[in-house]
Design a protein. Structure first.
Length: 548
């Protein structure tokens, strides 16, 4: 037959699935059947072995009881053999009756003969120096006795055949007791040693029949269950999968593509047709992909050029930004000294001149404002350049807040604003001058945006084991949510509400300095606000721990 026939390419998908599934499930159930059969056989053999051990223990106990007691049975037509006895076993009474004294050897023989007649099992007591020829050991029993006497092994369990019938043989040692020496003292036995072995023969016909019967039941069950499973799998798969494959094939047949196969059914089953169609689609997609790649390459070249231009512009912008920062730093440094001198001269003029004091105060206030602006610009330049170093020390938060409030109290009194302080006695681990700078900046902003006769609340409390949180709340116009992050950027000022009479700040750099200083301490600053309900500025600062 052709190679195509043996590859099953002429079968459709559902039939292939049925064949493959049947073979796979058949192999699985065959392996499972033989495994269960072997487990069942081992279980039956173990039961036979346990039965032999129980029989052995029962015989040993019975022989021990007979050896310990005088046991007589009345002699009838046949009497037990006494070849193993060293004394007369018969006892005759005056009434003419005769009784036979039973010893363990006779008991074992009698029980074995009765059991053998019923076809149950039989056994014998044997030894290498036997008295009764019927107790002569066979080859296996000789080997067992030798093994028991020379090793720690105490039982032998083996399959054998007798008269072409299978039997299970169980051989275990019999030990000499003190009661045994009364009859066998002349044989050189000693108490506690192995005097022979008890050989038990259990016919396996019934066990074999049970194994075969159970095997047939297992085979029939596996065959039936396997058939049902194959049927269920085929039916469910046909409805869930094969019907979908047929739908896909129908859709493919309705699609007109250039260079499409003219007769897909001749090339194999439905999956082969679908795969051929997919290869065709793949070829067309590759062609489209190549065209798209060419377009991307051209666009990439343009993008690369644009990127170079942006990088160049970015470098120029960085240089301009650095130049601007250097300019602010240099000019702030240059302006600070003459402005300080002007302020000193104005202070002297204010103390010595009583005339034109109004104009002197104006000059003083504006010179102080200009000095603060220059200091802010200088500090921010240092922060941007990373040249600001903190001097951390043990600082009382209450004293720090009081000093900041006193510094801004004059401005607050001009607007009749009350500053309320609520704080616990907390010790911080901060640069006192820098946190003081943050507090005065925040208080100055709160005063500027608060209405006349307003109230500013300053609150400080423990946040956790290592941090404190400080809050400054005003009654100003509030800050729109979209500006709450931007106000901490340098040179940015949020637009004031329409119609507000509040003057804008001079530079918009104060909050940027506050954020930089707080973050330098490992803290965080943020604002909570609602339009028309005031603003609340909060920041965290590290606490001084007792073990530091």
């Amino acid at each position: 037959m052709s190679k195509r026939f043996w590859s099953f390419s002429w079968l459709n998908v559902s039939l292939k699935f049925l064949v493959v599934t049947s073979v796979a499930i058949g192999l699985v159930f065959t392996c499972l059947f033989f495994w269960l059969w072997k487990q069942q056989e081992d279980q039956i053999m173990e039961q036979v072995r346990k039965q032999a051990i129980i029989l052995y223990n029962q015989l040993v106990l019975t022989r021990g009881w007979v050896a310990e007691h005088e046991t007589l049975i009345q002699k009838r037509d046949a009497a037990p053999s006494s070849n193993s006895l060293h004394h007369e076993p018969y006892i005759r009474f005056s009434d003419g009756s005769t009784f036979v004294k039973i010893n363990p050897s006779i008991l074992t023989s009698e029980l074995s003969e009765r059991a053998a007649k019923r076809g149950l099992y039989f056994f014998k007591l044997t030894n290498t120096n036997y008295l009764n020829p019927r107790n002569a050991p066979d080859a296996l029993e000789k080997q067992a006795i030798e093994t028991f006497r020379n090793s720690s092994e105490k039982e032998i369990f083996k399959m054998d055949f007798q008269n072409s019938k299978p039997i299970m043989r169980y051989i275990a040692p019999v030990y000499v007791t003190e009661n045994c020496l009364s009859c066998h003292s002349g044989n050189g036995y000693k108490a506690g040693e192995i005097g022979g072995c008890l050989s038990i023969f259990i016919p396996m016909d019934e066990a074999r029949k049970a194994i075969q019967k159970n095997g047939a039941v297992l085979f029939a069950g596996a065959l039936g269950f396997g058939g049902i499973l194959i049927g269920l799998l085929f039916i469910s798969t046909r409805s869930l999968l094969f019907s979908r494959i047929r739908d896909i094939k129908s859709s493919i047949n309705r699609i007109n593509l250039d260079n499409s196969p003219q007769n897909l059914s001749d090339k194999g089953d439905e999956l082969k047709e679908i795969s051929d169609f997919c290869y065709l689609i793949d070829a067309k997609l590759k062609e489209e992909h190549e065209q798209l790649e060419k377009g991307i390459q051209n666009a990439t070249i343009d993008l690369y050029r644009t990127k170079e231009n942006l990088e160049k512009a970015n470098r120029e912008l960085e240089q301009l930004n650095k130049a601007r920062s250097d300019f602010f730093s240099d000019i702030s440094h240059e302006l600070r000294t003459p402005l300080t001198n002007i302020k000193g001269a104005v202070d002297i003029l204010e103390r010595t001149s009583s005339e034109n004091s109004k104009y002197v105060k104006i000059i003083k206030r504006n010179s102080e404002h200009l000095i603060k602006l220059v200091v802010d610009l200088l500090d921010y330049s240092r922060l941007e350049a990373g040249r600001l170093e903190l001097e951390l020390s043990r600082t009382s938060l209450r004293d720090l807040l009081n000093d900041a409030i006193i510094a801004e109290e004059a401005q607050a009194q001009e607007k009749h604003i009350k500053i309320s302080l609520k704080t616990e006695e907390l010790i911080l681990k901060v640069d006192r001058d820098r946190i003081y700078q943050v507090l005065t900046n925040l208080l100055a902003n709160a005063i500027r945006f608060s209405p006349l006769n307003g109230v500013i609340t300053v609150d400080a409390k423990v946040l956790d084991d290592s941090r404190a949180v400080i809050t400054i709340q005003d009654q100003g116009p509030g800050i729109d949510e979209k500006y709450r992050e931007a106000i901490f950027q340098k040179f940015y000022q949020a637009p004031l509400p329409e119609g507000s009479k509040i003057k804008k700040g001079s530079s918009g750099i104060g909050l940027a300095i506050c954020r930089a200083l707080i973050e330098a301490h490992g803290g965080k600053i943020w604002v909570e606000s609602r339009i028309g309900s005031g603003s609340k500025f909060l920041f965290t600062a590290p606490r001084w721990l007792e073990d530091e």
